[in-house]
Each structure stands twice: as C-alpha cells, then as structure tokens.
Ligand binder design. Sequence first.
Ligand code: KG4
Ligand code: ZN
Length: 341
Amino acid sequence: MFFPEPILAIETSCDETAAAVIRGRKVLSNVVASQLDLHAKWGGVVPEAAARAHVEAILPVIQEALLPLSGARPTAIAATCQPGLVGSLSVGMTAAKALASAWQVPLLGVNHLEGHIMALCAEELGEIPPLPLLVLVVSGGHTELVLVQEWGRYSLIGQTLDDAAGEAFDKAARLMGLGTPGGRAVQEAALTGDPKRYQLPRGLKKDPLNFSFSGLKTAVLRLVEKEGPDLSISDACASLQAVIVRTLTDKAEAALEEIPCRSFGLAGGVSANVALRKSFEAAARLRGIPFYCPSFDLCTDNAAMIGLAASFRLAQGCRSDWSVDVAANGRLESLSEFYAR
Ligand code: KG4
Ligand code: ZN
C-alpha cells in the first residue's frame, strides 16, 4: 500500500517551508523552517511575504532533508499543490518540478488535507488505522469530519459553516493580546485557568454534525470589552479551550453514533492541543475503538505528511505530469477525479 523507495516531499502551502524524505511509511527526515517571526508583526500571514520567504528558504530546507540519503537521489518527488496560498504553493511546486526534471524521476502533486490524514499512517504510530476511520481534520483553515471507508476515498460528514477551529483560537488569541499562531498560546495560558469562569457559546447546537465558530470570536470580543483590565487571560483561555474541545468532541461523537467505525482519529494543526487529544482519546476508549493522532511534529504543517500521502498515491500508480498546477481550493472528495485526469 506504500511506495518502498525514498520520496522527497515538499510543503509550502502557507507559512512553513518544509521538506522531508519518506520511505514506505517511515519518516527519514522532516525539516520545517517556520515564518512565524516574519508574520508576527502583522498579526497574520501576509501572502506575498510568505511566498518570498519560501523562495529564500526552500533550497537549504531541501538540502537538509536529503541528508539521510547520503548523496543518493530520491526515487520520486512530491509537493503540495492544493489547497493553500497560490503564491506559496507555487514556490514548492516549481522546486519539485525542477528537481524531478533534472533527476528524471516521477513527480506527484499532493492535497494538503490528505497529507494531514495520512499522517495517521506514519510507521511510528504502529499499524495503520483499521477502516472505516472517522477523522476530524482541524487546522487554521479547515474543520472537517471525514469518513475514510477506503484509503484514498473520503466522505465529508460535517464541516464548519464559517471559521475553522484553529482560526477561532488565533482570532481570540489576538483579541486577548497573545502571540500568533494563537492555539499554542491559548493552550499555555489555559494551564492555570478556570474553564468555568466565563460562559462562551457553543456554535450550531441544533446541527449535530456541522460547526460554527464565528460567534465564539464575537463573544470573546465582547468579553474583552466588558471586562477590560479585569479580564483574567488564563481563565478566558481555559474557558475558550474548553468550549472548543467540547464542541469538537460532541460533534465527532454524534458522527460515531450514526456511523459505526473501527477507528477514530484527529489530524491537522489543532490536533496538537493536549486537551483535545485527551478528550478524543476518552471518546474512543468509551467505544472500545483505537484512537490515532499524529506525533506533535506531524500535527502542524510539515512535509512528512505530504510524503506519506505521496507514498500511498505513488504505490497506487498515481503520477502528475509537468502541467500539474497549484490551486487555492481542493476538496478531499474530488481527489479520485484529480488523480484520474
Ligand atoms: O495544520 P496547520 O499547521 O496549518 C493549516 O493547515 O492551517 O494548523 C495551524 C493551526 C493554527 O490555527 C494554530 O493556532 C493551531 O493550528 N494550533 C493549535 C495548537 N497548535 C497549533 N491549536 C490549539 N492548540 C495547539 N496546541
Ligand atoms: Zn495544515
């Protein structure tokens, strides 16, 4: 099910310049150069600045990732081609095309979300998750409940109607004057806080499988304005984290009630949240099914996950030609058609 030869994978969909080498399901290297400091002064990712920073970082990052091959060439090259910032994606894809052409090896465009899901197949996590798998992909741009009945074929069970959960963490963190990206800052501040201190709304209570987080951002804004200097940042962060974790867990559990699954998973940047991991693990334990979540360095954006998705697709016989393009959007449910083209 996985490609037995070494693959060089490149990920530049947003603000991390990343490269990795994968063989089968094994991660041989995983290098990430973050642009966090660059965008911090603007309070968010500036697309043009991100693309230029990728241009600067891409070759040193690739060179470092190739070190375990001791001068040997990879047998294939993969790069994220969708979804993401088009200028950022173009840098990684152009580098991948140039190297694949120079080394005369196959090229593969990879969907970023499939990468997050395939991180659950990393060798370090043991056996690959038994199917059907229900996985919540939860990141800065996505909150999607996905059913995997067969590897490579995905059904969307529920999704956010507005902001992603990671966006809710980031926007609330900004309102409270915490750093970017906000999720980790909120998690740290929440450690000493009281999660019951402030009442924050749970979005879309009546719709069990879809999510809405934009009301949460407004509620945090009102709270910050109302409390002023009296606001306890740690209590606000604990309350915010608790409401997001509860909402994500409840909706995922509602899906598990409807669809009998043999495994349960969490993927994407927000899956680095320890409270969320614990809550999902408990839900899986309650149902007697195994829980899968990537190691911390494979949760937030990285190229190892892109290599794992590429390893799966290359083993299936998928290849991209030189005309493969980058795209701002790219749905998991359309991937079969994408690779059939
Ligand atoms: O997957 P990712 O690295 O990039 C996207 O594809 O969007 O996810 C980034 C998101 C950000 O919103 C960030 O705040 C969130 O993941 N995040 C966390 C944590 N670490 C990263 N959210 C909550 N708790 C964390 N520990
Ligand atoms: Zn991501």
